[in-house]
Design a protein around this ligand. Structure first.
Ligand code: HEM
Length: 471
């Protein structure tokens, strides 16, 4: 049997590391032209087989756990940050259970409670941030949005105490932990870099924050006020009857914090930038607010968010053009035949899905480069849909051969899609109600992507000019 073609390179260990690292999509597109949908490249000595297109997405996302393993691909990066015993530092069946536990805390009931909390956080951010003083100004999104996303996610999902700690006692610790979540740690997590020593110290301190909250709650020192994710996880048991340990809960909470922070902040930033470039879409979004909430703009609520189809289509379109995660990776566990080819991938390789490539392919999306939320009208239900998935055991997923999978598919599919929609929908709606905004004078295009980060971020400072909307 044949192996997939290997991308030409000059130096054995370095391989294609530089061109992939700097411009992953340019690299994928060039290789696709030259070698087809399936090819292997060398990334710091490792052999990565990329499988592109809807079938390629399905091949990676729907692989059996015995054949394709995520934990071996990700644990070096995630375990020092999240902590031990959860996610990719435990057997896969335990991750499946942990995801199910987390899903219990991501229900309609909790979302109803979250929307007003998130909205209040945004309004207090506007009131207190130096970037939003007066009637007009400018804001570097690369500084402001990470804070806004952190405050809104922590106030809702993480609970009041974590929210408070993140602006006071634990603000610097969160920063140190976050600095450990960088692409260089994919390959060299053990490097004795100063940021890794800080990361390890911060991980322990953040875990202690959660464990202290749990201990207080167990001691009955805190009455159950708001149902947050910590309460939820404290009430779950593994299939064998064991509850999650306090440490497991702490580490799951850190994993949730990190998973949601980077993806949501990239998406929020790109949304505001593209809207800044298209005032006519801002106007349409404002008109939608008036249509759904009335002239006096009644308060946002979870029920009404789902009626904001332009808001939801805007999020969908941003995730098509800027999916935060460009490469999803698995370790190959036994030689694998690629369907409809005569290629067999040896077990020494990794496989990589890059659904962002098919999402920008003219074959599936006309004028793929254009930001056009209206293209989704009438196609709202087309894409892979979280409701179809059962995060229980023996999970089998259907419909993964899609060109559009910003949340992945199969057993590792994202559990945060609905929460992200609630958070982003509330942020977009609140921005649109309060401001009109534009790119800096003379700037026509949104800034280029910075791939030097965990997610596909906008190059700093990602400046946007704003003025208060006249109602
Ligand atoms: C998994 C994207 C927000 C928690 C994933 C995966 C993708 C993704 C592509 C699949 C990874 C893989 O197959 O290797 C996104 C995007 C988001 C987002 C685009 C926002 C716009 C969130 C949020 C949370 C979250 C807010 C938490 C509340 C998770 C978890 C997994 C996951 C727990 C499972 C990992 C696994 O099973 O291996 N996400 N995510 N995500 N995401 Fe998200």
């Amino acid at each position: 049997p044949n192996q997939p073609p290997v991308v030409f390179h000059w130096f054995p260990f370095i391989g294609s590391t530089v061109s992939y690292g700097m411009e992953p999509y340019e690299f994928f597109n060039k290789c696709q032209k030259q070698y087809g949908d399936v090819f292997t490249f060398v990334l710091l000595g490792r052999r990565m087989t990329v499988t592109l297109g809807p079938k390629g997405n399905e091949f990676v996302f729907n692989g059996k756990h015995a054949d394709l393993c995520a934990e071996e691909a990700y644990t070096h990066l995630t375990t020092p940050v999240f902590g031990e015993g959860v996610v990719y530092d435990c057997p896969n069946h335990m991750l499946m259970e942990q995801k199910k536990f987390m899903k219990f805390g991501l229900t309609t009931e909790t979302f109803k409670q979250y929307v007003p909390l998130i909205k209040d956080e945004i309004l207090s951010f506007f009131a207190n941030s130096p970037y939003f003083k007066g009637d007009a100004g400018r804001v570097p999104l690369s500084t402001a949005v990470p804070q806004l996303v952190l405050f809104t996610a922590s106030r809702s999902l993480q609970g009041k105490q974590v929210r408070q700690a993140l602006t006071t006692t634990h603000a610097a610790l969160f920063h140190d932990l976050d600095m450990g979540f960088t692409p260089v740690n994919f390959m060299f997590p053990w490097l004795p870099l100063p940021h890794n020593a800080k990361r390890d110290k911060a991980q322990r301190a953040m875990a202690k924050l959660y464990m202290d909250i749990i201990a207080k709650r167990k001691a009955g020192e805190e009455k159950e006020q708001e149902i947050d994710m910590i309460w939820n996880l404290m009430n779950r048991n593994y299939k064998d009857g064991r509850p999650l340990s306090d440490r497991d809960i702490a580490h799951c909470m850190i994993a949730l914090l990190m998973a949601g922070q980077h993806t949501s902040m990239a998406t929020t930033t790109w949304t505001l930038l593209h809207l800044a470039a298209k005032p006519e879409i801002q106007q349409a979004l404002y008109d939608e607010q008036v249509r759904v909430f009335g002239k006096d703009l009644a308060p946002l609520s979870y029920e009404k968010l789902s009626e904001l189809s332009l808001v939801n289509n805007t999020i969908k379109e941003i995730l098509r053009i800027h999916p935060p995660l460009h490469s999803l990776i698995r370790k190959v566990k036994s030689p694998l035949h690629v369907p409809n080819t005569d290629y067999v991938i040896p077990s020494s390789h990794f496989v990589m899905a890059a659904p962002g490539v098919s999402a920008m392919d003219e074959q599936y999306f006309k004028n793929a480069k254009d930001f056009d939320p209206f293209r989704w009208i009438g196609h709202e239900k087309d894409e892979d849909n979280a409701e179809k998935f059962d995060f229980g055991f023996g999970l089998v997923s259907k419909g993964t051969a899609s060109p559009y999978l910003p949340f992945g598919a199969g057993r590792h599919r994202c559990i945060g899609e609905q929460f992200a929609n609630v958070q982003l929908g509330t942020i977009i709606s609140t921005f649109i109600r309060e401001f009109e905004f534009s790119l800096p004078p003379g700037q026509k295009e949104v800034p280029p992507v910075d791939y030097n980060s965990m997610v596909a971020l906008a190059t700093a400072p990602a400046m946007v000019h704003w003025k208060r909307r006249q109602h």
